[in-house]
Design a protein around this ligand. Structure first.
Ligand code: CMP
Length: 143
């Protein structure tokens, strides 16, 4: 089954939006298979965003992402990479439709509260970067 990496960013955590964000993915029907509340190092964030290393905002992005705790998760489900990205809205909250997470909950591209893997290939890389095999919970809903 397809998996994707999602992280509530430090601004999302500090604004108390983790629960709202998790609620949306649960209610859509995706399954949480791994989660941890951590403060990442700047080096870890540099690895995570290495594709953006030539962008002018890269250093500031890595500093912001390591400035406070994040809620890192792996969600599983059919077509989860693409559907989670649709639920997130656009990278720029100002261009995000109402009803999307960013369209409802934030305004600023530099403080866009959540990250979700953009492709299946990046999802695999990011899941492996953030989670070890033993951190996954194998479970089947029975209720
Ligand atoms: P994310 O989905 O985590 O992927 C890359 C991140 O880079 C993005 O969300 C934003 O947090 C950040 N980003 C992209 N464009 C800009 C920009 N123009 N200015 C500042 N941050 C940006």
């Amino acid at each position: 089954m397809e998996r994707t990496f999602v992280a509530v960013k430090p601004d999302g955590v500090q604004r108390g939006l983790s629960g709202e964000i998790i609620r949306r993915f649960e209610q859509r029907g995706f399954k949480l298979v791994a989660a941890k509340f951590i403060q990442a190092s700047e080096d870890q964030m540099k690895k995570h965003y290495q594709d953006l290393k030539d962008m002018p905002f890269y250093a500031g992005l890595c500093k912001y992402m390591s400035s406070g705790p994040i809620f890192a998760m792996v969600w599983e489900g059919q077509n989860v990479v693409k559907l989670v990205r649709t639920m997130l809205g656009e990278t720029d909250p100002a261009a995000s439709q109402p009803g999307s997470i960013r369209g409802d909950l934030c305004i600023n591209i530099g403080r866009n509260i959540i990250h979700g893997s953009d492709t299946l290939e990046n999802a695999k890389t990011e899941v492996d970067l953030w989670f070890k095999a033993e951190e996954f919970v194998n479970w089947t809903p029975v209720f």
